[in-house]
Design a protein. Structure first.
Lengths: 473, 207
C-alpha cells in the first residue's frame, strides 16, 4: 500500500538534526509519521506466502479420489493437468507432462510406481492409471500419490504431502445400501424451535449482507453451536460474531478482526473461535484466525492450500483443503503448524474427537459414507437415489450412528435430506427446506450437538438458526 | 503540551489524508493505462482444457464490475474499487465478462464461432449472468445440472461461475470472478444443488 506518496518526508540528516532543535516541528513530524504508520498497519495484508518462493507452479493438477470403493468395481486414478506455462494464444495445445502414481496396499510400507497414461481420445493433458487387483482388493485398501513433471523440469505432487500424506482409498466390505428412491419435494419437517434470528442490517443484533444490490446476497457466512448450546453466527459483513445464549432472544455482539470472505467458523471446547478465511492477498494463502470467546485475537495461521471447511478435531482445528482434497491439521499441541507440517498431516477423512475418521464420497446419484479406523472401514453405507444428490453438508457420528445431511436437487428445486444411519441401515429420514436465500460458506449450513440438528437459514428478511430434534433413543 | 498538541493535529491530518488517498485508490487507471481494443483472433477449435487454461491466467487477478481486462501478475492491481461501479476502470472481469472471454465467444450474438481475446483486451461481451442462465446467444444452451462437465457453467440471475473440478463431498471447484472483495480465483461452491442456479453450456467444444 503506497500511502507515502502523498507526503513529503525529510530526506537529509541535516534536516533531521534541525528538527531535533525545533520541538514544534518535531511534534508535527512525529505525528505525521504515526498517522501514516497507523494506516499502513491497518491496510497491510502481511503474512507468509503459501508455497515455496511464491512463484506460480508450472502445472495445476485436479483429481477426484476414489476414497471408498465397493468390491468388484474397477478403480482408476484420473488426473487433469493444466500446463500454466503455455504461451497466451496456445492454450488449446498440450504440453505432455510426464506422470507417475505411487501406490501401496494399506497405509504403510513401500510404494510401487505405476505409469500414468495419457487418456485415449482426450484433447488435453489427462492421465489415467488402473489400480491392480492385488492392491484394489487389499482389505485395508490402498494409498497413493502422483508426481507430474513439466517439460521445464518442475514437478508437482498430488496430494501435496506426497509419500508423507498420501491419499487413501478404503474398500467397503459389508456396506449397507439404502435406496432413497425418488425424492418427494414439498414434504419438509417443521423446526422444533427457532433458536436465533436476526434481520439484515448493520445495527445491534442484525446480520450484514455483502456485495451490492445486483449481486447474489452473501450473509451469515457460517455458524456453530458450542457445547453449552449457545449459537454463534459469523457476521463477517459487520466484522463481528453474534452469540445467542440458550434461551436468549437477543445476541451478544463480539467484534472480530477478520477479512472474511465467505469464511467458515468452528467453536472449540473452550469457546475459542476459529475463523477460516477464503481470500488471501494475491497468491498469499488465506488465514485461519483464532480468537478467544471475547473476540481477542489469539493468532493466525496461513493455511497450506485453499481452505474450504474448518472443524475441531482431536488436537485442534482441522481444515479441508483443495486441491489436495484432504483434511489437514492447523495446530499440534496448541502449536501452529508450518505449511509443510500441515501438508504432511493431510488425510482423506476428517479425524473425529472420539477416534477414527469419517470419509465421504459423492458420485453421481450416490453417496458413500464410512467410519474408518487404521485397519479399514468399521461401518459403511451407500445412499442411492433416483433424484440427483449434490453436496454432503454434514456427516457426524451420533453414538454408534451416523447423521447425514445431503442436498437433493432437480433443475428447478432443492431440499436437504437428513438421514440417520446405524448398523442395520436407515433409522430415520426427513427433508428440510433449503432456506438458502443468502449464500454462506459452502458447507456451513448444519451442525449437530447431541441429538439436535441445527440449520443456518435465510430469507429476504434475515437470517435464522432452527433446531430439529432427532428421534434417537 | 504544545508539542503534544501539534502531534495530535499532525496525526489527525496525516491519518485523514492517507485514509482519503487509500479510499481513492480505485482510480488506478488500470484499463486506461494497460488495456487495448485489439480485434480477437478467430480460431477453428477450442477445448475444455484449453478454456481452463485461459481461465487460469486470470486467477488471483481482480474483479471489475462490467469489466474484462486483466494481466497475469497474480495480484489485483485495482484493490478496493467500490462495487457495482463500471466507471472505475479497474483490473479484472466481472462474472459474465470473465465467462465470455474464457468461452471465447463473439460480440455478435448470432455467431457461435470461437474468438481468442487477449487478456488485456478490455471486453465484457453482450451477456449478463441472467442472459447466460437463459441460454441466450448462438453459442450458449441450457443443460441439466446433473450432467455438467468441466468448464460448463452454473448461472443465476446475478452470478455465473464455471466448473473447474469436482470434489469428493459433492461440491464443485468453481473458477469465477466473484466480487470486488474476492477477485478471480477457484473456490469450492455449492451452486450445483442451489435451485437459483441453472446449468449452461458453451457449445462446439472439440473435446
Amino acid at each position: 500500500m503506497d500511502n507515502d506518496r502523498h507526503f513529503r518526508r525529510p530526506t537529509s540528516l541535516s534536516f533531521s538534526f534541525r528538527l531535533l532543535r525545533r520541538p514544534d516541528l518535531l511534534g508535527l513530524l512525529l505525528g505525521a509519521l504515526a498517522g501514516l504508520a497507523a494506516i499502513g498497519a491497518a491496510g497491510s495484508p502481511g503474512g507468509p506466502r503459501g508455497g515455496g518462493d511464491g512463484s506460480p507452479p508450472a502445472l495445476a493438477v485436479t483429481h477426484l479420489p476414489p476414497l471408498l470403493t465397493v468390491p468388484g468395481e474397477p478403480v482408476e486414478l484420473r488426473y487433469d493437468v493444466a500446463c500454466l506455462t503455455l504461451p497466451a494464444g496456445e492454450e488449446d495445445e498440450v504440453c505432455h507432462p510426464a506422470g507417475s502414481v505411487f501406490v501401496r496396499a494399506g497405509a504403510a510400507g513401500p510404494f510401487r510406481e505405476l505409469a500414468l497414461h495419457e487418456e485415449p481420445g482426450a484433447a488435453g493433458d489427462r492421465f489415467v492409471a488402473s489400480v491392480p487387483e492385488a492392491l484394489r482388493t487389499s482389505p485395508t485398501g490402498f494409498s497413493y500419490y502422483a508426481v507430474f513433471r513439466a517439460p521445464s523440469g518442475e514437478t508437482v505432487t498430488h496430494p501435496a504431502g506426497g509419500a508423507r500424506a498420501p491419499q487413501r482409498s478404503v474398500p467397503l466390505d459389508g456396506v449397507r445400501t439404502i435406496d432413497l428412491g425418488t425424492h418427494r419435494f414439498g414434504h419438509t419437517r417443521a423446526a422444533a424451535a427457532r433458536v436465533a434470528e436476526a434481520s439484515w442490517g448493520s445495527g445491534p443484533g442484525q446480520v450484514g449482507l455483502e456485495q451490492g444490490r445486483n449481486l447474489p446476497p452473501i450473509g451469515g457466512a457460517s455458524f456453530d453451536v458450542d457445547r453449552s448450546g449457545a449459537v454463534h453466527v459469523l457476521d463477517e459483513a459487520n466484522r463481528r460474531l453474534l452469540r445467542w445464549r440458550p434461551g436468549a432472544r437477543t445476541p451478544e455482539s463480539i467484534p472480530l478482526a477478520i477479512n472474511g470472505t465467505l469464511a467458515d467458523l468452528a467453536v472449540d471446547e473452550e469457546g475459542a473461535l476459529h475463523v477460516l478465511e477464503t481470500v488471501g492477498e494475491g497468491r498469499e494463502q488465506p488465514f485461519l484466525r483464532t480468537f478467544g470467546p471475547d473476540g481477542a485475537a489469539r493468532g493466525r495461521i496461513a493455511v497450506a492450500e485453499q481452505g474450504v471447511q474448518v472443524r475441531v478435531g482431536p488436537d485442534g482445528p482441522l481444515v479441508l483443503e483443495q486441491p489436495s482434497g484432504q483434511w489437514m491439521p492447523a495446530t499440534s499441541g496448541g502449536r501452529p503448524l508450518t505449511t509443510a507440517e500441515q501438508l504432511a498431516g493431510g488425510r482423506a477423512g476428517r479425524q473425529l474427537r472420539g477416534g477414527g475418521e469419517v470419509v465421504v464420497l459423492r458420485h453421481a446419484n450416490e453417496v458413500r459414507l464410512a467410519l474408518v479406523s487404521p485397519s479399514g472401514a468399521r461401518r459403511s453405507w451407500r445412499l442411492t437415489s433416483e433424484t440427483p444428490l449434490a453436496e454432503v453438508q454434514l456427516a457426524e457420528p451420533l453414538g454408534d450412528r451416523l447423521v447425514v445431511v445431503v442436498r437433493v436437487y432437480t433443475d428447478e428445486r432443492d431440499e436437504f435430506l437428513v438421514a440417520v444411519l446405524d448398523r442395520t441401515g436407515l433409522v430415520e429420514r426427513f427433508s428440510l427446506d433449503s432456506a438458502d436465500w443468502a449464500e454462506t460458506a459452502p458447507l456451513s449450513r448444519f451442525r449437530l450437538l447431541g441429538s439436535s440438528l441445527y440449520q443456518l437459514g435465510s430469507t429476504p428478511e434475515g437470517v435464522f438458526v432452527s433446531r430439529y430434534d432427532l428421534e434417537v433413543r | 503540551m504544545h508539542v503534544a498538541f501539534r502531534f495530535a493535529v499532525a496525526f489527525a491530518a496525516a491519518f485523514g489524508l492517507a485514509a482519503a488517498g487509500s479510499a481513492g485508490a480505485y482510480h488506478t487507471r488500470f484499463v486506461a493505462e494497460n488495456c487495448n481494443y485489439a480485434a480477437p483472433t478467430p480460431t477453428s477449435t477450442i477445448t475444455r482444457d484449453g478454456s481452463a487454461q485461459v481461465a487460469l491466467r486470470a486467477r488471483y487477478e481482480g474483479y471489475q464490475w462490467a469489466g474484462g481486462c486483466w494481466n497475469d501478475n497474480d495480484r489485483d492491481d485495482s484493490p478496493g474499487d467500490p462495487p457495482e461501479n463500471a466507471s472505475t476502470g479497474g483490473e479484472g472481469g466481472d462474472c459474465s465478462g470473465f465467462t465470455f472471454k474464457v468461452w471465447r465467444e463473439s460480440l455478435n450474438e448470432g455467431d457461435a464461432g470461437f474468438y481468442q481475446w487477449g487478456m488485456l483486451r478490455d471486453v465484457h461481451g453482450p451477456y449478463t449472468a441472467a442472459r447466460f442462465k437463459s441460454g441466450d446467444g448462438a453459442p450458449n444452451v441450457t443443460v441439466s445440472k446433473s450432467v455438467l462437465l468441466k468448464m460448463d457453467a452454473l448461472a443465476s440471475t446475478g452470478h455465473i461461475g464455471m466448473i473447474y473440478a469436482k470434489n469428493a463431498d459433492g461440491t464443485d471447484q468453481i473458477i469465477e470472478a466473484k466480487g470486488e472483495s474476492y477477485g478471480t480465483n477457484i473456490w469450492t461452491r455449492t451452486y450445483r444443488g442451489d435451485s437459483s442456479y441453472s446449468g449452461v453450456r458453451r457449445t462446439g467444444w472439440s473435446s
